[in-house]
Design a protein. Structure first.
Length: 115
């Protein structure tokens, strides 16, 4: 079967790293963990509706603060990444426009670019 060869499988972790977003992946995992903690606390609520409401409100306040902090971190991180990508793209354009000419020394050792 020509053309049906599969490339070596790449792990999800390697994909995140290859695009420079490992830090974002870790932040997203923290958010997932906080959501899991909140769901666990819902399962552990007292049977009494009044006590459950009090416990739930306390948990919402606590988790809300933690998730709010994580969301702010994610927004900040994404903006930083966006700026870094923009800067890298601009630098690539400048470098490609100002690429030095290829070395034309006939000997094996470069004499025209040596300092």
């Amino acid at each position: 079967m020509a053309g049906s060869e599969k490339a070596n499988p790449v792990s999800i972790s390697e994909l995140w790293k290859s695009v420079g977003l490992e830090e974002l992946r870790l932040a997203l995992r923290k958010v997932e963990e906080e959501c899991g903690k909140f769901e666990n606390s819902l399962r552990a609520l007292p049977e009494c509706d009044q006590c459950a409401r009090v416990a739930l409100l306390e948990q919402i306040q606590k988790t809300g603060k933690e998730l709010g902090g994580e969301i702010i971190s994610l927004v900040t991180l994404s903006e930083t990444l966006k700026q870094a990508v923009g800067t890298a793209e601009e630098a690539q354009v400048v470098l490609s426009q100002n690429c030095p000419p290829a070395c034309c020394c006939k000997s094996g050792k470069c004499t025209c670019h040596a300092k």
